[in-house]
Unconditional design. Structure first.
Length: 280
């Protein structure tokens, strides 16, 4: 569902559009029309299928989450579907005061696309905060785009019965793009962003925390960066990080042992084959 379209060379908001008039999609430039109803928010739809267009694929879930985010963060300070013509992007939700672009991801996406969006918005001085639907993401197998987004501070959300249940972060142990362990949800309040202070971090951190501290400049209360900062002040937070560091250490040696066992058996098999081929 798209809330903006092109009327000539100008961006047009759905509430200002006329029924039955033809407009252009701001992304793929295909013809679109206005759609509205008693139980539907006004939006533009493609007259013909355009599966490669990102805006065409937006679901009602996506739009409902945008509306709830705007309500959570204050309608006066945020803007839905904010167009940025210089980079040909439209932000799902833009928080100008904090220079944050919220991108909602309810479907699979390529690593190239997420990297491009982060780079494009970064050129304008904005930080991208990714919110991933846990019906698609946060599963056992992790695709490259999700791995990248997690390092960039990407969060998950649970969506049920037409509303956000909660937005959350988590501790996790990942090996070879497999999520082997994850903690209970660390609930996030997006209305309270913080900038990452310059501190001397301990090297003895769980990988999921250490990697995040190396890459992000923005964090929220209760997320993994917050956990790392608080661990320097509060014993209870430090114990939690130690716990996940131990779980991580307990997981990786098993992988090493498996490889050692594999190569040992391979070596024994080759020796046996050589003995049969060249008997003494």
């Amino acid at each position: 569902m798209a809330l903006y379209a092109l009327d000539g060379d100008k961006f047009l908001y759905a509430l200002d559009a006329k029924p039955r008039e033809l407009y252009q999609c701001v992304e793929c430039l295909c013809p679109v029309k206005l759609k509205q109803g008693r139980q539907r928010n006004p939006h533009f739809y493609h007259i013909k299928k355009s599966p490669r267009c990102r805006l065409y694929g937006k679901s009602e879930t996506h739009l409902l989450l945008q509306l709830q985010l705007q309500k959570l963060l204050s309608c006066e300070e945020t803007e839905m579907e904010r167009p940025f013509p210089s980079i040909r992007r439209i932000a799902d939700v833009f928080w100008e005061k904090e220079k944050i672009v919220f991108e909602i991801q309810c479907s699979s996406i390529s690593l190239e696309e997420v990297s491009a969006r982060v780079l494009d918005y970064g050129k304008l001085g904005y930080t991208v905060v990714w919110l991933m639907d846990d019906r698609i993401f946060n599963q056992r197998f992790i695709r490259p785009a999700e791995a990248f987004l997690r390092e960039q501070g990407g969060l998950f959300f649970t969506f049920e019965k037409r509303q956000i249940v909660h937005i959350y972060d988590q501790f996790e142990v990942i090996v070879d793009r497999k999520r082997l362990r994850k903690s209970s949800s660390l609930l996030i309040d997006l209305s309270k962003p913080y900038r990452n202070p310059t501190l001397s971090w301990s090297k003895d951190l769980p990988h999921c925390v250490g990697k995040r501290l190396d890459t992000v400049s923005l964090y929220f209360a209760s997320d993994l960066v917050y956990q790392g900062i608080q661990a320097m002040k509060e014993p209870s937070f430090a114990l939690r990080l130690e716990h996940w560091k131990k779980l991580e250490e307990a997981t990786f040696p098993k992988k090493v042992s498996f490889l050692r066992e594999f190569f040992h058996l391979l070596h024994c098999g080759l020796n046996l084959l050589l003995e049969k081929t060249h008997p003494k």
